[in-house]
Design a binder for this molecule. Sequence first.
Ligand SMILES: [Zn+2]
Ligand SMILES: [Zn+2]
Length: 489
Amino acid sequence: MNLILVLLLILSCIVSVYLYRFVRLLQQVIFNLWKYPESHHPDRFNLPERKDYRKLTVDAMPIIEIVKKYDFNALLDEYALKHGKPLKPVKHRKNSNISTSLTCPCCGAPYIYLYDNTGGRGQFLCKVCNSTFSHKNRFSKSVILKCPHCKSVLQKIKERSDFFVHKCINPNCSFYLDNYSKLSEEDKAKFKEHPECFKLHYLYREFTFTLDSVTSNSLKPPKVQLSNIHASSHVLGLVLSYFVAYGLSSRMTSAIMWDIHNIRISRQTVLNYARAASFILKPFVDNFQHKLSNSFCGDETYIKVRGKTHYIFFFFDSVKKVIVANYVSSKRDTWSAICAIYSLFKKFKDSLPKPLHFFVDGNPIYLLAQHFFAQNNINFDVTQIIGLTNKDEVSKEFRPLKQIIERLNRTFKYYYKHTNGFDSLDGAISYVNLFTAYFNFLRPHSALDGDIPATVPELADIDNMPGRWCKLLSLAQDYIASNHVAFSS
Ligand SMILES: [Zn+2]
Ligand SMILES: [Zn+2]
């Protein structure tokens, strides 16, 4: 009798432990569902980020005068007339690294007339006009830079690995005189002794890297391929729903799959499925032709990769509420801003909208990126919205735009906090891509009256989240098949 009582006691203990765990899980799910689709819960992840920028000021764009010394068509005609036969194009070797978009900065001749002059070391020779140039100096060979304030020709004063600095040295330049007049008497005395401590003259940075070298994030093929997994597509849809759409951790997702659905899936398997799904989705997400506006908000947000701070750059269509571009980087620098903006430009197949507006925070990297693109004949305007608490007029007028991007960041952080950071850059890119897929194609947006930002007719009739994930994956697979997207890209 006693033995039965002891056994009953042990059994009831086990059952109560199980029940307790089950109730906790349910609590978590209900809590998350209740907050879906958007969290307004103030927590440490939602606090506004403090951003301290280096004290770098970016002056206005210079006046860029295009110098076209010769016209290659006229030179070719001249040659044909003189020699009685046309000038033959250059025979490029198969492994030639001359980009087909390269043209001569002096006469505009296309790449078929350009020699690789130094065996891949970067100097080119134009067969039509005989001038030599490199990627680094091609911009300065084809333009004259002038101060926008006094129209004096700028002088190159510094050569760094990635950029040259040009300066207006005109002592009567209004920009310089104005800055000088604002100095206190004490500072004026200091300026006389240490002019290098002050920035009074107009400066312009000319970037020396090329548009061809700008990259976007890519994903390595995952260890586990979706085609090889044992689970049914419904199970995969469930895992993605819990892990991405409801922002549960991999541990919670694994637990709920067992406790609710009686399906054993380890934490690692949850992560493997997510990586495999993200890999399939990336080309579809990156190349989807959204109907976009001409107004974009951009911002950076912190994430941790192996314990180290990294940044995600998001660009968001402020009208269509679509995440247009994301870029994960270990640095918050001009290069990363350029890569993020370039990913956005790739969404416009034919031509960029005109005018094109960017709304960003006070980080000077976006102005430098603007200068870089202007060097490459891509023009847009940048409005810097300094801070929500800032009292200046710009901030007040554009506050709703700033709020849009901060809201996106908050939403991302809400989902991100369950990931406990990432073990690799690839892991971070993979998760950001899944988040973008969910945000654009599956998640109802309150500012669109509960509509989904990117409407895909094939997804419209599916009323449950696992089914929608499966359909999205199958559309992404079709996209890969029909576009022959290389799996490594
Ligand atoms: Zn030429
Ligand atoms: Zn000047």
